[in-house]
Structures are given as structure tokens and as C-alpha cells.
Design a protein around this ligand. Structure first.
Ligand SMILES: *Cc1c(COP(=O)(O)O)cnc(C)c1O
Ligand SMILES: [Zn+2]
Length: 505
């Protein structure tokens, strides 16, 4: 729709101008720092930062009902900068001019309701939100769209010639970082550090294809992260891990979209996310808090974080119910099929602790939970979901296993409705499915394939044929006809098909 066709009250707000006054806030010492330079940790005390807006309250001059209308109308506007996560410009990074915004098709991912048999299997109504349908096939694109838009803004306004973006990754962060950096390849070069042998071949191919320098490092993600932190402290690089608070802002769009998809009616709703480095759950909590603060939603949904028993430091932290006794202890991870979340020392843990406190205070009741699931449940749930029309990755399977767990534990009830984050596309993690089907998953995963979930191709070489077609070697017509008939009969036999009535054989 053309801008002049929108209603009179919407038009002045339709195309946002730069506004707000963003700054980094240290979660430990409360220090405030200018966004003119890229900061990842507090220069005074070394803690993680979040970005806040000094002029946030200006947004309260419009009622929640106005914001709802504006966001709903803005979806009809055809401006690339506002087509992705920056549809929610005012809530994400309002200081950025639209000309600097990088849009590669991220966000606004489909919400797909579970069919009846899957709902019955779980025992309640739920949908997957398919964040695997983002451009690099995971939710990480939401955060990168924001972080690289900010880098792009710095390049233009500060005349930076060449920026080196860098990140450590369990696979998807590097895919997204390399993709968005490649779009800005005139000024941005990218380097990614991956734990050797701990990302899937598909994930490895992504930064390679985007032209990034790819470094494989012995160890697990937590080890890579330390090397990247060391680099970011001593060298001129733009760190793109979720330690970078701009990524958190972009990822808040997930919550905004969940709210939109539910017509902003969040009562009785439950949102599930897998937890790895805890950037995603930080953003999900922060996003809903913003909506609630502006009156865009009237209830905060229940939030359930899910962890595998092979990588569960956040779960363990919240197992201690006495607040004063809670201590965070990093753990050593075991191999997990939810490999993108296989993290023992989540960088965003201090953010989570802070936001959970605020969230529960605002909710007036326990509203954030962390559940733990087995590797077996993760694999089985992923396969079961996909046998019912979904494209969930292993982390999406982890969410589904988490929902079952939460229902069994009485954390959610049957009359609530859940939205599960399918954080990446199934194809990125297809190796786990292959090994499950072949029955040769490394025993360290502790997954035993269930026969009824296995699947494998059958090669049909119909008996009685002397030769088969091969590329570049077509069969003579009569032999080919015999091949078609014999092969079709073989398949019909395999499938137990009935011949159609009234036809010659
Ligand atoms: C990164 C990632 C996670 C974990 O998200 P965090 O923000 O690290 O907690 C889960 N699933 C997928 C597919 C991911 O790429
Ligand atoms: Zn500080």
C-alpha cells in the first residue's frame, strides 16, 4: 500500500524518523556508556551490558492500542528497511536511520499450529514458530540484522574504512554473521571461530559460502568463546556474539511477532525457547517486558526455557528455589543432539537473572521456568513433530520435549496455548536424523532409535530385467517399457496397492 493511502492518524508515524537516546547499561555497576563506540562489556567492571533508551517514556504518549494499529498497518507498507525486524523500529533501535538498515528477509516467520494428532500426543494446543525460515535458516538473523545495521551506521557516520566482524559459534551465529557481513562486503570482512567437529556440515558450509574466514578450534563452544573474547579485547574487531547487546535488541522482535500473531492477546499463553548461550531467552523476556510497559499487551505470557540434561547450567541454577542460595556454576557439557545449545557457561546468564526478576515482579506470579529434558526425548520429539508436518531442528524438538515436561510437571495446564521456537531449519541438523535412522549415533548422546520412527530409502531393482537405465545410456523403447512396468509393479507390491477397477492389466 502507498504511504498516502494509510489512515490519517497512522500516516505521520508510518515511516519512523531516527529518535530516542540509546546507551549501554552495565548490569552490575549500573554504569552508563555512550553507543558511539562498540562495547561488549563494562569498561569499569567487565560485566555484560544491555542497551536502554533514555527517552523510552516518550513512546508512552501513544496508547498501546495505537501501537498495535501502527504495527499492523505498517506490515502493508512496502519499504525494505521496515519489512523485517525493523517493522518495530521504535522498540528495537530507533536511533538508526532507515538508510542504514540491512534487510535480508529476516523475521515475520510463520506460526504453524500443530495438527490434531500432535496436539493429542502432547495433551494441549500449541504452534511452532518457524524461525528456521529466516534467510540463514535460524533465528540468529534477527539479531544480526540489528547488529550489522548498527555497524553499517557506524561505517557511514564515522567513516570507518574496513571492519572485521568476528564471532564464536555453535554453527548458526557464524552462518548469520557471515551472511549479513557478506551483504556489506564492501566495508565488512568476516571471520568465524567454530569448535572443530562440533558444528554440522551444513552449518560449516554456510560461512564458507558467504566468503568468511573460517577457523576451526579444538574444544567446545565455551573454549572458542574465550578465544574470541580475547581477540575482541585486544584487537580492532566487531564482536557479533550475543555479548553484543545490539543482537539482543534484534532478537526481541521474536516476542513482538508472537504478540502480533496472537492479536496481542497473551493471557493463558506460554512461550518456549531452548537455552544455549541464553541470548535468545534474554531477548524474549526483554521483548515482552517492553510490550507490557507500553500497554501493547495486557498480560505477560509464561516463559519456559528448555535445556538438555547434557548442557543444563541454567536449569540447575533455577533448581535452587531459595533466592539467596542461588549460585551460578558453569558446567562441562556432554555431547548433545541439540548442539546449537550445547553451552556450559552462557554469556547472558547475568542478563537472564536480572530479567527474570523483573519479569516475575511484573507478572505478580512465577512466570519463568526452566525445564530439563533427555537427549532421547529431544530426538524423538523432533522426529514426531516433523512426521506431523513441521520442519523443527533438534532444538525445536527440545522445545516440544520441554512442553511435555512442563505439562507433566504442572507448570502449564491443558487449557493454555503454547508457542514453541523452532529455532533453526531441520535441514541444518539432518545428520542427527541420519544417524538415528541408521542406528549409529555416537553412544555419548545416549539416544536409542525407536523402530517406529526410523525411516530409510528402498532401492527398487525389479527382478527379471537384464538392464536398467543409466545416465547417458537410455534403454531401447521396448526394454524401457518393460522396465517401467516391472518397477511400477514392484513399488505397488511394496505399498500393497490395489489395482484400479475396469482397466486392463
Ligand atoms: C543459538 C541457537 C540456540 C540457542 O540460543 P541462545 O541464544 O544461545 O540461548 C538454539 N537453537 C538454535 C538453532 C541456535 O542456533
Ligand atoms: Zn560495570
Amino acid at each position: 500500500m502507498r504511504p498516502d493511502e494509510f489512515p490519517d492518524d497512522i500516516r505521520p508515524y508510518l515511516i519512523p524518523r531516527p529518535s530516542g537516546d540509546l546507551f549501554y547499561r552495565c548490569l552490575q555497576c549500573e554504569g552508563e556508556f555512550d553507543i558511539a563506540s562498540l562495547l561488549y562489556t563494562c569498561p569499569d567492571c567487565g560485566h555484560v551490558l544491555l542497551i536502554e533508551d533514555r527517552q523510552w517514556d516518550r513512546l508512552k504518549e501513544c496508547p498501546g492500542s495505537f501501537w498495535r494499529r501502527l504495527f499492523d498497518y505498517r506490515r502493508m507498507l512496502n519499504m525494505p528497511a521496515l519489512k523485517g525486524v525493523f517493522l518495530f523500529h521504535e522498540l528495537i533501535a530507533p536511533v538508526l536511520p532507515l538508510e542504514d538498515i540491512v534487510y535480508l528477509g529476516e523475521g515475520h516467520t510463520p506460526v504453524v499450529r500443530a495438527n490434531e494428532s500432535l496436539r493429542r500426543f502432547i495433551g494441549m494446543d500449541f504452534s511452532f514458530k518457524n524461525d528456521g525460515q529466516n534467510p540463514s535458516a535460524s533465528f540468529k538473523d534477527r539479531g544480526m540484522a540489528c547488529a550489522l545495521s548498527f555497524v553499517n551506521y557506524l561505517i557511514r557516520t564515522q567513516g570507518l574504512g574496513e571492519v572485521l566482524s568476528i564471532c564464536a559459534s555453535t554453527g548458526d551465529t557464524s552462518a548469520a554473521a557471515a551472511l549479513y557481513s557478506a551483504y556489506l562486503s564492501k566495508n565488512v570482512k568476516s571471520a568465524v571461530l567454530l569448535p572443530h567437529g562440533k558444528v554440522t556440515p551444513q552449518q560449516l558450509s554456510q560461512p564458507l559460502g558467504s566468503g568468511a574466514r573460517v577457523f576451526e578450534i579444538p574444544g567446545v563452544f565455551d573454549d572458542c568463546m574465550k578465544v574470541v573474547e580475547y581477540l575482541a579485547e585486544r584487537y580492532q574487531v566487531a564482536l557479533l556474539n550475543s555479548k553484543n547487546a545490539w543482537r539482543i535488541l534484534g532478537q526481541e522482535s521474536y516476542s513482538f511477532e508472537v504478540a502480533v500473531s496472537l492479536d496481542y492477546e497473551l493471557k493463558g499463553k506460554v512461550v518456549l525457547v531452548p537455552i544455549g548461550n541464553a541470548g535468545n531467552i534474554t531477548a524474549v523476556l526483554g521483548g515482552f517486558l517492553k510490550l507490557r510497559d507500553l500497554g501493547i499487551i495486557n498480560y505477560l505470557p509464561k516463559i519456559i526455557g528448555v535445556q538438555s540434561e547434557h548442557a543444563d547450567p541454567v536449569y540447575r541454577y533455577y533448581q535452587q528455589t531459595e533466592l539467596a542460595k542461588r549460585v551460578f556454576r558453569p558446567i562441562t557439557v556432554q555431547p548433545s543432539v541439540a548442539q546449537a545449545a550445547m553451552i556450559g557457561n552462557p554469556v547472558s546468564m547475568p542478563r537472564v537473572i536480572r530479567l527474570v526478576e523483573t519479569y516475575e515482579r511484573m507478572s505478580g506470579a512465577p512466570a519463568v521456568f526452566v525445564v530439563q529434558v533427555t537427549e532421547q526425548e529431544i530426538m524423538d520429539c523432533q522426529l514426531i513433530a516433523n512426521r506431523n508436518g513441521h520442519i523443527a531442528c533438534t532444538q525445536g524438538g527440545e522445545c516440544l520435549a520441554g512442553l511435555r515436561q512442563a505439562l507433566a510437571a504442572g507448570i502449564v495446564s491443558q487449557d493454555e496455548v503454547a508457542v514453541l521456537d523452532a529455532t533453526a531449519h531441520a535441514l541444518k541438523f539432518v545428520g542427527f536424523q541420519e544417524h538415528y535412522f541408521a542406528g549409529d549415533l555416537d553412544p555419548a548422546y545416549q539416544v536409542i532409535p525407536r523402530a517406529e520412527l526410523k525411516n530409510s530409502p528402498s532401492l527398487i531393482r525389479a527382478p527379471g530385467l537384464k538392464r536398467f537405465p543409466a545416465s547417458g545410456q537410455p534403454l531401447p523403447a521396448d526394454e524401457f517399457q518393460a522396465f517401467v512396468e516391472a518397477t511400477a509393479k514392484e513399488i505397488a507390491k511394496e505399498l500393497g496397492l490395489q489395482e484400479r477397477k475396469g482397466r486392463d492389466s
